[in-house]
Design a protein around this ligand. Structure first.
Ligand code: GMT
Length: 376
């Protein structure tokens, strides 16, 4: 059955927006009609896609409002689009504010539709601690027809933090295997001044405090003493200045490349040997999956959903948060042993092909949509 599906997310760079957009693209390829209801064109919607429509949420500044009314405008737009396009359901990403907006939209609209909410992490593991928001998050979850989380750990944390007994299904994240695959980028290495003997380590994030980019730099400082190597830091955010200072203090300026936000991540991953994801909070770690799809093993921290993505010794290694010696030891061991590296690289690609294959994940979402539409 082909469905009419609304999708709301934050359309800017960030894992939740990426997943929402990639899911919309795959659903459209499978013949569903997809309506993005967002404040700007999602950044991954970078060409014309048949079956995909975009409805802009225009947040105007009126002097009567002290703050721009994004949530109210979104709710109103959802109600309008749902009615005009006869949407079967709206799939929202984040309980707050997007599930709340969808609930309000359903109350406003004389066209009934179902609400599926996906929790991504920050909406729970940060906002869930705020007593002024916790009740609202619970309301958003409980009034949704179905709720999914991107890892078992996030589902568990949500139950514990928000005190809800609402069932939460885990539906893992995925990547587009046609984009994230190892390609021949031998020319690029020399462009970045990387010699044939050097190994390349990579870290990609929004440089928020929880990503612990300084741990990445400290680990690299130990690694490069044993293994000729360079570190590529991709992304931008609050901790960038601190990371730059640390690189200078540790005298690593000629070994660390700050590349800022980049669009063609698969190419940068294809020239990398190892990815570091050393966050203190991470409900899934989509960047780890992107790396694995390009045959890059990952060293990650043993927290949140990361151990559901990285299996120690099979596709990467796990270390406790802040333990830079563990990270350095694992990295040195791996980068000095080509056979071991090749085995983990194959393991990483295999993980993406099996547990996290996009077709399987999209089918799980489709099954959830069918089930909610068959309810009552
Ligand atoms: O990690 C971020 O700061 C961005 C954040 C988001 O909401 O876009 O990412 C969250 O959702 C991603 C997609 O499901 C997950 O891969 C990230 O692990 C999760 N981030 C955190 O839990 C901190």
């Amino acid at each position: 059955m082909k469905l009419k599906i609304g999708i709301s997310c934050y359309p800017t760079v960030g894992g939740s927006g990426v997943i929402a957009t990639e899911l919309g693209k795959l659903l459209a390829e499978r013949g569903h009609e997809v309506h993005f209801i967002t404040s700007s064109v999602p950044f991954r919607l970078d060409r014309v896609y048949p079956n995909i429509y975009y409805h802009e949420v225009e947040v105007n500044q009126y002097s009567v409002f002290q703050y721009p009314p994004y949530d109210l405008t979104l709710a109103s737009k959802m109600a309008e689009v749902a009615k005009r396009q006869k949407l079967d359901l709206i799939h929202v990403h984040y309980a707050v504010p997007h599930a709340i907006c969808a609930i309000l939209a359903r109350q406003m609209s004389d066209h009934d539709f179902k609400i599926v909410t996906t929790l991504h992490g920050t909406d729970i593991t940060v906002l869930g601690y705020d007593p002024s928001l916790r009740e609202l998050i619970r309301f958003g979850i409980e009034q949704s027809d179905r709720v999914t989380a991107v890892s078992n750990d996030l589902a568990k944390q949500t139950h514990e933090l928000v005190h809800t007994s609402k069932p939460i299904d885990t539906v893992y994240n995925f990547i587009d295997e046609r984009v994230y695959r190892k390609s021949d980028v031998s020319g690029l290495r020399s462009h970045y001044g990387i010699t044939d003997e050097e190994k390349v380590l990579i870290h990609i994030s929004n440089f928020r405090g929880v990503k612990r980019v300084c741990d990445v730099v400290r680990s690299f400082s130990l690694i490069q003493k044993e293994v000729p190597s360079k570190l590529m830091l991709i992304g931008n955010g609050p901790e960038l200045t601190v990371a730059r200072e640390l690189v200078r203090d540790l005298d690593l300026e000629d070994r660390v490349l700050f590349l800022g936000n980049q669009k063609h991540i698969a190419e940068l991953l294809s020239m990398s040997d190892l990815k570091l994801l050393l966050s203190e909070k991470e409900s899934f770690g989509l960047v780890a999956l992107e790396a694995m799809a390009c045959g890059v093993p990952v060293i990650g921290t043993n927290i949140g959903g990361i151990p559901e993505v990285i299996t120690d010794g099979e596709n990467g290694y796990l270390c406790e948060v802040g333990n830079v010696e563990c990270v350095a030891q694992a990295a040195i061991h791996l980068l000095k042993d080509d056979k071991l590296h090749a085995r983990l690289a194959r393991g990483a690609e295999e993980t993406v092909r099996t547990t996290f294959h996009s077709h399987g994940i999209v089918e799980q979402y489709e099954a959830i949509y069918r089930e909610v539409l068959e309810q009552d």
